[in-house]
Design a protein around this ligand. Structure first.
Ligand code: NDP
Length: 331
């Protein structure tokens, strides 16, 4: 079978490509330019035949994916801006997130009758209620939706990113309800995604947002341990497995899945780095070494474990592998 993976150049997509290719699937990746296609191809020299590309310069344009979807059996929609400093919220976040999602569903319905399942990389951002803060005692489940969307989120670039994910995911389920396509949609809800880098990275300056979140904790950028932004994480390799399983599992039709190992804090991350990489102690803030996790919301991962059969990687392994990988990148 052939799957279309949108945003093939990204951090998460690198591992998604890896998992599907290793399982023998043909993968068609969408990228914005020929140059990006060449960079992605370089990362997968072992699959010259199985990996191909479609160039989609602007996914918010009408009919953007009409050609790219032709002949594929499934779609993995990972492309979405993950930026926390958008200047123009409508143009930089809402349009590509929401129209990109609707556009791929429309293209599938019109031009790809062979598509059985569309997996959308949504986010815990689509679940979390940012008005509730750390919400001690509360457990988020797949029943929760971020209520702060649209204009209510547009003044703050972080809220706007969270909103863009909620709006895009809602648009996907609304599309299915309204247009009754023959394919089904499954969405994945990861919090912070960490782990080794599998995609092409020119230099650490162009590193993706969540990898940079760890890099800055050990490269001397931070003199104190910052307040944890989101209190849950997942290993990118587990998330990539989840994409394959969400595509292959019939019962996942129409479902959303929280994909997370569970809670973590930046304090726990620096504790691991300082213990496992003594040579990085000088550039890694110490904070309150060994401090336990404060009382914060929990995230229920039982549905993904039960229905998709995922075993989530512990923080220690994820962080050690992340640090090793990021240290090997060009400055
Ligand atoms: P990256 O920035 O590494 O990848 C984003 C991908 O989307 C890139 O391929 C990028 O293409 C593409 N993209 C971004 N904006 C546009 C646009 N306007 N038009 C076309 N393509 C675009 O981020 P991640 O890999 O981390 O993110 C992948 C998905 O995972 C996103 O949907 C994100 O919301 C979601 N996610 C990520 C989390 C994380 O912690 N990493 C947490 C929760 C969800 P290009 O290379 O050309 O810029």
């Amino acid at each position: 079978p052939t799957v279309l993976v949108t945003g093939a150049s990204g951090f998460v997509a690198g591992h998604v490509l890896d998992k599907f290719l290793a399982k023998g699937y043909n993968v068609r990746g969408t990228v914005r330019s020929e140059k990006t296609a060449a960079n992605v191809r370089k990362m997968f020299p072992e699959y010259p035949e199985q990996l191909s590309f479609a160039i989609v310069p602007d996914m918010a344009a009408p009919g953007a994916f009409d050609e790219a979807v032709k002949g594929v059996d499934g779609i993995i929609h990972t492309a979405s801006p993950f930026i926390l400093d958008a200047k123009d919220v409508q143009k930089d976040l809402y349009d590509p997130a929401v129209q990109g999602t609707t556009s791929i569903l429309e293209a599938a319905q019109k031009h790809a009758p062979t598509v059985s399942r569309v997996v959308v990389t949504s986010s815990f951002a689509s679940v979390l209620d940012p008005n509730q803060g750390t919400r001690p005692g509360y457990t988020y489940t797949e029943a929760d939706w971020n209520p702060v969307i649209g204009d209510a989120a547009a003044k703050d670039p972080v809220l706007a990113y969270l909103a863009s994910k909620a709006m895009a995911e809602k648009a996907a389920f609304d599309y299915v309800e309204k247009n009754k396509p023959t394919f089904t949609v499954t969405t994945l809800l990861p919090p912070m995604v960490y782990g080794p880098v599998r995609h092409h990275v020119d230099s650490v300056k162009s590193l993706n947002t969540s990898s940079t979140d760890i890099l800055r904790l050990f490269n001397g950028s931070e003199t104190t341990v910052p307040t944890t932004s989101f209190w849950g994480f997942v290993d990118v390799r587990d998330l990539a497995d989840a994409h394959v399983l969400a595509f292959e599992t019939p019962e996942a039709a129409g479902q959303r899945y929280l994909t997370t190992t569970g809670n973590y804090s930046y304090q726990q991350v620096v504790d691991i780095i300082r213990r496992e990489f003594p040579e990085l102690q000088a550039t890694t803030p110490e904070g309150e070494a060994g401090a336990p996790l404060p009382p914060v919301y929990r995230i229920d991962n039982s549905k993904a474990k039960k229905e998709l059969g995922i075993k989530f990687t512990p923080l220690e392994k994820t962080i050690v592998d992340t640090v090793k990988s990021l240290r090997a990148l060009k400055e």
